[in-house]
Design a protein around this ligand. Structure first.
Ligand code: TGC
Length: 395
Protein backbone atom coordinates (compact mmCIF):
# COMPACT_ATOMS: atom_id res chain seq x y z
CA UNK A 1 0.00 0.00 0.00
CA UNK A 2 1.16 3.53 -0.62
CA UNK A 3 0.73 6.34 1.86
CA UNK A 4 -1.73 9.04 0.78
CA UNK A 5 -0.08 12.22 -0.42
CA UNK A 6 -0.49 14.66 2.41
CA UNK A 7 -1.75 17.45 0.25
CA UNK A 8 -4.48 15.17 -1.12
CA UNK A 9 -6.09 14.38 2.20
CA UNK A 10 -8.10 17.59 2.26
CA UNK A 11 -7.33 18.64 -1.31
CA UNK A 12 -5.46 21.68 -0.04
CA UNK A 13 -4.05 22.30 -3.48
CA UNK A 14 -7.57 22.60 -4.78
CA UNK A 15 -8.24 25.42 -2.31
CA UNK A 16 -5.41 27.56 -3.70
CA UNK A 17 -5.22 29.82 -6.73
CA UNK A 18 -2.66 29.24 -9.48
CA UNK A 19 -0.68 32.22 -8.20
CA UNK A 20 -0.63 30.84 -4.64
CA UNK A 21 0.51 27.43 -5.86
CA UNK A 22 3.25 29.13 -7.84
CA UNK A 23 4.58 30.96 -4.78
CA UNK A 24 4.43 27.72 -2.80
CA UNK A 25 6.26 25.70 -5.42
CA UNK A 26 9.00 28.29 -5.77
CA UNK A 27 9.48 28.43 -2.01
CA UNK A 28 9.52 24.64 -1.79
CA UNK A 29 12.13 24.43 -4.55
CA UNK A 30 14.25 27.11 -2.85
CA UNK A 31 14.03 25.33 0.50
CA UNK A 32 14.94 21.97 -1.00
CA UNK A 33 17.72 23.18 -3.28
CA UNK A 34 19.32 25.99 -1.29
CA UNK A 35 18.57 25.38 2.41
CA UNK A 36 18.20 21.65 2.99
CA UNK A 37 21.62 20.64 1.61
CA UNK A 38 23.45 22.91 4.07
CA UNK A 39 21.16 23.27 7.05
CA UNK A 40 22.45 20.41 9.23
CA UNK A 41 25.99 21.70 8.90
CA UNK A 42 24.97 25.31 9.55
CA UNK A 43 22.93 24.27 12.58
CA UNK A 44 25.87 22.27 13.91
CA UNK A 45 28.36 25.08 13.22
CA UNK A 46 25.98 27.86 14.40
CA UNK A 47 26.42 29.54 11.04
CA UNK A 48 24.07 32.05 9.39
CA UNK A 49 24.59 31.80 5.63
CA UNK A 50 24.30 35.45 4.69
CA UNK A 51 24.76 34.84 0.98
CA UNK A 52 21.28 33.31 0.82
CA UNK A 53 19.69 36.65 1.74
CA UNK A 54 20.08 38.13 -1.74
CA UNK A 55 18.73 34.93 -3.23
CA UNK A 56 15.63 35.26 -1.04
CA UNK A 57 15.32 38.80 -2.36
CA UNK A 58 15.63 37.61 -5.96
CA UNK A 59 12.81 35.16 -5.31
CA UNK A 60 10.65 38.07 -4.12
CA UNK A 61 10.10 36.57 -0.65
CA UNK A 62 11.27 39.63 1.35
CA UNK A 63 8.37 41.90 2.28
CA UNK A 64 6.36 40.00 -0.31
CA UNK A 65 3.01 40.90 1.29
CA UNK A 66 3.74 44.65 1.04
CA UNK A 67 2.72 46.92 -1.83
CA UNK A 68 5.14 49.12 -3.77
CA UNK A 69 8.80 50.03 -3.15
CA UNK A 70 10.00 46.90 -4.92
CA UNK A 71 7.78 44.54 -2.89
CA UNK A 72 5.69 41.87 -4.59
CA UNK A 73 2.27 42.82 -3.17
CA UNK A 74 1.31 39.16 -2.82
CA UNK A 75 -1.74 37.95 -0.91
CA UNK A 76 -1.72 36.75 2.69
CA UNK A 77 -2.16 33.09 1.73
CA UNK A 78 0.77 33.23 -0.70
CA UNK A 79 2.92 34.74 2.03
CA UNK A 80 1.80 32.06 4.48
CA UNK A 81 2.62 29.27 2.04
CA UNK A 82 6.12 30.67 1.57
CA UNK A 83 6.56 30.74 5.36
CA UNK A 84 5.39 27.12 5.56
CA UNK A 85 7.81 25.92 2.90
CA UNK A 86 10.81 27.80 4.34
CA UNK A 87 10.11 26.56 7.85
CA UNK A 88 9.74 23.01 6.52
CA UNK A 89 13.49 23.39 5.93
CA UNK A 90 14.38 25.35 9.08
CA UNK A 91 12.64 27.79 11.42
CA UNK A 92 15.70 30.03 11.30
CA UNK A 93 15.14 30.88 7.65
CA UNK A 94 11.43 31.50 8.08
CA UNK A 95 12.40 33.69 11.03
CA UNK A 96 14.75 35.65 8.79
CA UNK A 97 11.93 36.34 6.35
CA UNK A 98 9.63 37.28 9.25
CA UNK A 99 12.08 39.70 10.88
CA UNK A 100 13.01 41.32 7.58
CA UNK A 101 9.57 41.41 5.99
CA UNK A 102 6.89 41.20 8.67
CA UNK A 103 8.67 43.25 11.32
CA UNK A 104 11.30 45.65 9.97
CA UNK A 105 9.87 46.29 6.49
CA UNK A 106 6.27 46.33 7.74
CA UNK A 107 7.18 48.96 10.33
CA UNK A 108 8.74 51.19 7.68
CA UNK A 109 5.94 50.58 5.16
CA UNK A 110 3.17 51.25 7.70
CA UNK A 111 4.64 54.06 9.75
CA UNK A 112 7.53 55.53 7.76
CA UNK A 113 7.71 58.84 5.91
CA UNK A 114 7.92 58.75 2.12
CA UNK A 115 11.63 59.50 2.36
CA UNK A 116 12.20 56.64 4.84
CA UNK A 117 10.32 54.20 2.62
CA UNK A 118 12.31 55.24 -0.46
CA UNK A 119 15.58 55.03 1.40
CA UNK A 120 15.19 51.57 2.90
CA UNK A 121 12.46 49.41 1.37
CA UNK A 122 13.72 48.75 -2.19
CA UNK A 123 17.12 47.58 -0.91
CA UNK A 124 15.51 45.47 1.80
CA UNK A 125 13.17 43.83 -0.72
CA UNK A 126 16.19 42.89 -2.84
CA UNK A 127 18.09 41.52 0.15
CA UNK A 128 20.82 44.14 -0.31
CA UNK A 129 19.94 45.66 3.06
CA UNK A 130 18.97 43.83 6.24
CA UNK A 131 16.67 45.16 8.95
CA UNK A 132 15.99 44.20 12.53
CA UNK A 133 13.24 45.03 15.01
CA UNK A 134 14.28 45.98 18.52
CA UNK A 135 11.39 45.78 20.97
CA UNK A 136 12.19 43.19 23.65
CA UNK A 137 14.38 44.25 26.59
CA UNK A 138 16.62 42.19 28.86
CA UNK A 139 14.18 42.12 31.78
CA UNK A 140 11.65 40.19 29.67
CA UNK A 141 9.69 40.29 26.46
CA UNK A 142 6.09 39.69 27.48
CA UNK A 143 5.37 43.19 28.74
CA UNK A 144 6.74 45.74 26.27
CA UNK A 145 4.78 48.43 28.10
CA UNK A 146 7.45 48.21 30.80
CA UNK A 147 10.27 49.17 28.42
CA UNK A 148 12.91 51.45 29.83
CA UNK A 149 14.86 52.40 26.70
CA UNK A 150 14.32 56.12 26.14
CA UNK A 151 14.83 58.83 23.57
CA UNK A 152 15.29 62.46 24.52
CA UNK A 153 15.39 65.44 22.24
CA UNK A 154 18.63 67.42 22.02
CA UNK A 155 18.39 70.27 19.52
CA UNK A 156 17.90 68.81 16.05
CA UNK A 157 18.71 65.31 17.22
CA UNK A 158 17.30 62.47 19.28
CA UNK A 159 19.51 60.65 21.76
CA UNK A 160 18.66 56.98 22.50
CA UNK A 161 19.78 55.12 25.62
CA UNK A 162 18.93 51.61 26.79
CA UNK A 163 19.27 47.93 25.97
CA UNK A 164 17.41 45.35 23.90
CA UNK A 165 17.71 41.56 23.88
CA UNK A 166 16.84 38.65 21.59
CA UNK A 167 16.94 40.90 18.56
CA UNK A 168 17.09 38.79 15.43
CA UNK A 169 19.72 39.78 12.84
CA UNK A 170 20.91 42.85 14.76
CA UNK A 171 24.63 42.14 14.31
CA UNK A 172 24.28 41.77 10.53
CA UNK A 173 21.58 44.39 10.01
CA UNK A 174 22.00 47.70 8.22
CA UNK A 175 19.07 49.36 9.97
CA UNK A 176 17.34 48.77 13.29
CA UNK A 177 13.73 49.69 14.00
CA UNK A 178 14.12 50.62 17.66
CA UNK A 179 11.09 51.08 19.93
CA UNK A 180 11.65 53.45 22.84
CA UNK A 181 9.81 55.57 25.32
CA UNK A 182 9.81 59.25 24.39
CA UNK A 183 9.01 61.99 26.81
CA UNK A 184 7.98 65.22 25.21
CA UNK A 185 5.58 68.05 25.89
CA UNK A 186 3.28 66.95 23.09
CA UNK A 187 2.18 64.04 25.27
CA UNK A 188 1.07 66.30 28.11
CA UNK A 189 2.44 66.90 31.57
CA UNK A 190 4.80 64.00 32.36
CA UNK A 191 3.45 62.18 29.33
CA UNK A 192 5.36 59.56 27.44
CA UNK A 193 4.66 57.45 24.39
CA UNK A 194 6.29 54.50 22.70
CA UNK A 195 7.78 55.61 19.40
CA UNK A 196 9.86 53.90 16.73
CA UNK A 197 13.19 55.13 15.34
CA UNK A 198 15.18 54.05 12.30
CA UNK A 199 18.75 53.68 13.45
CA UNK A 200 21.51 52.82 10.95
CA UNK A 201 23.53 50.18 12.78
CA UNK A 202 26.78 52.01 12.02
CA UNK A 203 25.65 54.88 14.28
CA UNK A 204 28.06 55.54 17.15
CA UNK A 205 26.83 54.01 20.40
CA UNK A 206 24.88 51.17 18.72
CA UNK A 207 26.37 47.77 19.58
CA UNK A 208 24.92 44.36 18.70
CA UNK A 209 26.41 41.20 20.18
CA UNK A 210 25.24 37.74 19.08
CA UNK A 211 23.89 35.61 21.93
CA UNK A 212 26.01 32.50 22.41
CA UNK A 213 25.11 29.06 23.69
CA UNK A 214 21.80 28.65 21.87
CA UNK A 215 20.58 25.08 21.49
CA UNK A 216 17.79 26.29 19.20
CA UNK A 217 17.78 28.48 16.06
CA UNK A 218 21.48 27.80 15.68
CA UNK A 219 21.51 28.67 11.97
CA UNK A 220 20.23 32.18 12.68
CA UNK A 221 21.36 35.16 14.71
CA UNK A 222 19.81 36.75 17.81
CA UNK A 223 21.58 39.54 19.68
CA UNK A 224 21.91 41.74 22.67
CA UNK A 225 21.76 45.37 21.61
CA UNK A 226 23.20 48.27 23.55
CA UNK A 227 22.16 51.86 22.84
CA UNK A 228 24.60 54.19 24.49
CA UNK A 229 23.94 57.82 23.66
CA UNK A 230 22.94 56.95 20.09
CA UNK A 231 22.36 60.20 18.19
CA UNK A 232 20.02 60.23 15.22
CA UNK A 233 18.55 63.15 13.29
CA UNK A 234 15.07 64.47 14.01
CA UNK A 235 13.65 62.71 10.96
CA UNK A 236 14.76 59.26 12.18
CA UNK A 237 11.47 58.93 14.07
CA UNK A 238 8.69 56.90 12.42
CA UNK A 239 6.00 59.55 12.04
CA UNK A 240 3.07 57.17 11.73
CA UNK A 241 3.38 55.22 14.99
CA UNK A 242 2.62 56.44 18.50
CA UNK A 243 1.96 54.04 21.36
CA UNK A 244 2.25 50.28 21.62
CA UNK A 245 -0.20 49.73 18.79
CA UNK A 246 2.78 50.58 16.53
CA UNK A 247 4.96 47.56 17.35
CA UNK A 248 1.91 45.36 18.00
CA UNK A 249 0.69 46.05 14.47
CA UNK A 250 3.94 44.55 13.18
CA UNK A 251 3.79 41.64 15.63
CA UNK A 252 0.40 40.74 14.16
CA UNK A 253 2.09 40.26 10.78
CA UNK A 254 4.89 38.12 12.17
CA UNK A 255 2.55 36.02 14.32
CA UNK A 256 0.42 35.38 11.26
CA UNK A 257 3.47 34.04 9.41
CA UNK A 258 4.19 31.68 12.31
CA UNK A 259 0.67 30.23 12.08
CA UNK A 260 1.74 28.84 8.70
CA UNK A 261 5.44 28.38 9.31
CA UNK A 262 5.17 26.08 12.32
CA UNK A 263 3.04 23.74 10.24
CA UNK A 264 5.95 23.47 7.80
CA UNK A 265 8.23 22.23 10.56
CA UNK A 266 5.47 19.84 11.64
CA UNK A 267 5.08 18.52 8.10
CA UNK A 268 8.77 17.71 7.85
CA UNK A 269 8.67 15.83 11.16
CA UNK A 270 5.57 13.93 10.12
CA UNK A 271 7.06 12.95 6.77
CA UNK A 272 10.26 11.72 8.43
CA UNK A 273 8.27 9.55 10.86
CA UNK A 274 5.93 8.22 8.18
CA UNK A 275 8.80 7.23 5.90
CA UNK A 276 10.67 5.54 8.70
CA UNK A 277 7.57 3.69 9.90
CA UNK A 278 7.39 1.86 6.61
CA UNK A 279 11.08 0.94 6.43
CA UNK A 280 12.21 0.11 9.93
CA UNK A 281 11.45 -3.43 11.03
CA UNK A 282 11.11 -4.49 14.65
CA UNK A 283 9.66 -7.81 15.85
CA UNK A 284 9.76 -9.00 12.24
CA UNK A 285 7.57 -6.33 10.65
CA UNK A 286 7.67 -2.62 9.82
CA UNK A 287 6.96 -0.51 12.90
CA UNK A 288 4.22 1.17 10.84
CA UNK A 289 2.33 -2.11 10.94
CA UNK A 290 1.84 -1.73 14.70
CA UNK A 291 -1.39 -0.25 15.94
CA UNK A 292 0.36 2.08 18.37
CA UNK A 293 2.47 3.59 15.58
CA UNK A 294 -0.53 3.96 13.32
CA UNK A 295 -2.45 5.72 16.10
CA UNK A 296 0.41 8.17 16.52
CA UNK A 297 0.61 8.81 12.78
CA UNK A 298 -3.14 9.32 12.55
CA UNK A 299 -3.11 11.82 15.43
CA UNK A 300 -0.18 13.68 13.90
CA UNK A 301 -1.97 13.87 10.57
CA UNK A 302 -5.12 15.25 12.21
CA UNK A 303 -3.31 18.12 13.88
CA UNK A 304 -1.18 18.85 10.83
CA UNK A 305 -4.12 19.09 8.47
CA UNK A 306 -6.31 20.95 10.96
CA UNK A 307 -3.48 23.42 11.54
CA UNK A 308 -3.01 24.06 7.83
CA UNK A 309 -6.75 24.47 7.31
CA UNK A 310 -6.86 26.96 10.20
CA UNK A 311 -3.93 28.86 8.67
CA UNK A 312 -5.73 28.96 5.34
CA UNK A 313 -8.93 30.19 6.98
CA UNK A 314 -7.07 32.95 8.83
CA UNK A 315 -5.28 33.86 5.60
CA UNK A 316 -8.57 34.26 3.77
CA UNK A 317 -9.89 36.45 6.62
CA UNK A 318 -6.71 38.53 6.42
CA UNK A 319 -7.14 39.02 2.70
CA UNK A 320 -10.64 40.33 3.40
CA UNK A 321 -9.31 42.68 6.07
CA UNK A 322 -11.28 40.85 8.77
CA UNK A 323 -8.53 39.11 10.75
CA UNK A 324 -8.47 40.13 14.43
CA UNK A 325 -5.51 39.93 16.86
CA UNK A 326 -7.40 37.36 18.95
CA UNK A 327 -7.82 35.14 15.89
CA UNK A 328 -4.09 35.42 15.22
CA UNK A 329 -3.49 34.33 18.83
CA UNK A 330 -5.65 31.24 18.23
CA UNK A 331 -3.51 30.37 15.22
CA UNK A 332 -0.11 31.09 16.75
CA UNK A 333 -0.90 29.19 19.95
CA UNK A 334 -2.36 26.20 18.14
CA UNK A 335 0.22 25.89 15.35
CA UNK A 336 3.28 26.00 17.57
CA UNK A 337 1.80 23.81 20.31
CA UNK A 338 0.71 21.14 17.84
CA UNK A 339 3.91 21.35 15.80
CA UNK A 340 5.89 20.64 18.96
CA UNK A 341 3.64 17.68 19.80
CA UNK A 342 4.04 16.33 16.26
CA UNK A 343 7.83 16.73 16.50
CA UNK A 344 7.90 14.88 19.82
CA UNK A 345 5.72 12.04 18.52
CA UNK A 346 7.83 11.80 15.37
CA UNK A 347 10.92 11.46 17.54
CA UNK A 348 9.44 8.45 19.32
CA UNK A 349 8.71 6.71 16.00
CA UNK A 350 12.29 7.29 14.88
CA UNK A 351 13.67 5.59 17.98
CA UNK A 352 17.30 6.23 18.86
CA UNK A 353 18.11 7.49 15.37
CA UNK A 354 15.62 10.27 16.00
CA UNK A 355 18.05 12.04 18.28
CA UNK A 356 20.68 12.26 15.53
CA UNK A 357 20.94 14.68 12.63
CA UNK A 358 20.17 11.85 10.23
CA UNK A 359 16.64 13.17 10.67
CA UNK A 360 15.54 16.81 10.97
CA UNK A 361 13.20 16.16 13.88
CA UNK A 362 15.30 17.18 16.88
CA UNK A 363 16.42 20.31 15.02
CA UNK A 364 12.82 21.25 14.34
CA UNK A 365 11.79 20.46 17.92
CA UNK A 366 14.62 22.59 19.28
CA UNK A 367 13.77 25.46 16.92
CA UNK A 368 10.09 25.29 17.82
CA UNK A 369 10.97 25.94 21.46
CA UNK A 370 12.08 29.40 20.32
CA UNK A 371 9.03 29.85 18.15
CA UNK A 372 6.86 28.95 21.15
CA UNK A 373 8.46 31.76 23.12
CA UNK A 374 8.90 34.61 20.67
CA UNK A 375 6.13 36.75 19.23
CA UNK A 376 4.11 36.12 22.38
CA UNK A 377 4.53 33.01 24.50
CA UNK A 378 1.84 30.32 24.75
CA UNK A 379 0.77 31.88 28.02
CA UNK A 380 0.48 35.40 26.55
CA UNK A 381 -1.74 34.09 23.75
CA UNK A 382 -3.85 32.15 26.24
CA UNK A 383 -4.31 35.35 28.23
CA UNK A 384 -5.14 37.39 25.12
CA UNK A 385 -7.84 34.81 24.40
CA UNK A 386 -8.93 34.75 28.04
CA UNK A 387 -9.38 38.50 27.90
CA UNK A 388 -11.30 38.28 24.64
CA UNK A 389 -13.58 35.60 26.13
CA UNK A 390 -14.26 37.11 29.53
CA UNK A 391 -13.68 40.81 29.01
CA UNK A 392 -11.39 40.60 32.04
CA UNK A 393 -7.72 41.53 31.82
CA UNK A 394 -5.48 39.01 33.61
CA UNK A 395 -2.16 40.70 32.76
P1 TGC B 1 -2.93 46.76 25.67
O1 TGC B 1 -3.47 47.70 26.68
O2 TGC B 1 -3.66 45.50 25.37
O3 TGC B 1 -2.69 47.54 24.31
C1 TGC B 1 -1.90 48.70 24.25
C2 TGC B 1 -2.17 49.34 22.93
O4 TGC B 1 -1.82 48.42 21.89
C3 TGC B 1 -2.97 48.07 21.13
N1 TGC B 1 -2.87 46.65 20.83
C4 TGC B 1 -2.74 46.19 19.59
N2 TGC B 1 -2.72 46.83 18.40
C5 TGC B 1 -2.58 46.08 17.31
N3 TGC B 1 -2.46 44.73 17.36
C6 TGC B 1 -2.46 44.07 18.52
N4 TGC B 1 -2.31 42.75 18.54
C7 TGC B 1 -2.62 44.80 19.71
N5 TGC B 1 -2.65 44.48 21.01
C8 TGC B 1 -2.81 45.61 21.68
C9 TGC B 1 -4.15 48.39 22.02
O5 TGC B 1 -5.30 48.62 21.27
C10 TGC B 1 -3.66 49.63 22.72
O6 TGC B 1 -3.74 50.69 21.82
P2 TGC B 1 -4.08 52.17 22.35
O7 TGC B 1 -4.11 53.00 21.11
O8 TGC B 1 -5.42 52.05 23.03
O9 TGC B 1 -2.99 52.54 23.29
O10 TGC B 1 -1.48 46.46 26.07
P3 TGC B 1 -0.98 45.56 27.17
O11 TGC B 1 0.29 46.15 27.65
O12 TGC B 1 -2.08 45.28 28.17
O13 TGC B 1 -0.71 44.25 26.31
C11 TGC B 1 -0.68 43.10 26.92
C12 TGC B 1 -0.11 42.02 26.01
C13 TGC B 1 0.39 40.92 26.90
C14 TGC B 1 -1.21 41.51 25.09
C15 TGC B 1 1.05 42.54 25.14
O14 TGC B 1 1.98 43.16 25.94
C16 TGC B 1 1.71 41.44 24.35
O15 TGC B 1 1.27 41.05 23.27
N6 TGC B 1 2.86 40.93 24.86
C17 TGC B 1 3.69 40.01 24.09
C18 TGC B 1 4.77 40.80 23.47
C19 TGC B 1 5.45 40.07 22.35
O16 TGC B 1 4.85 39.34 21.56
N7 TGC B 1 6.73 40.27 22.24
C20 TGC B 1 7.47 39.75 21.15
C21 TGC B 1 8.62 40.62 20.93
S1 TGC B 1 9.18 40.80 19.30
C22 TGC B 1 9.83 39.35 18.99
O17 TGC B 1 9.65 38.39 19.64
C23 TGC B 1 10.66 39.32 17.80
S2 TGC B 1 11.30 37.79 17.61
C24 TGC B 1 11.97 37.90 16.12
C25 TGC B 1 13.38 38.30 16.21
O18 TGC B 1 13.69 39.49 16.39
O19 TGC B 1 14.22 37.39 16.05
Amino acid sequence: TTAPRLDEVFDLDGLLTDEERDWQQRARAFAQERILPIIEEDFEQRHFRRELVRELGEQGFLGMHLEGYGCAGAGAVSYGLVCLELEAADSGWRTFVSVQGSLAMSAIRRYGSEEQKQRWLPGMAKGELIGCFALTEPQGGSDPAAMTTVARRDGDEWVLDGAKRWIGLASIADVAVVWVRVEEPAFGEGGAAVRGFLVPTTTAGFTATPIEGKLSMRASVQCDVELDGVRVPADAILPGASGLSGPFGCLNEARYGIVWGAMGAARSCFEAALGRSREREVFGKPIGANQLTQAKLADMLLELEKGILLALHLGRLKEQGRLTPAQISVGKLNSVREALEIAHQARTILGGDGITDAYPVMRHAANLESVRTYEGTDEIHQLILGRALTGLNAF
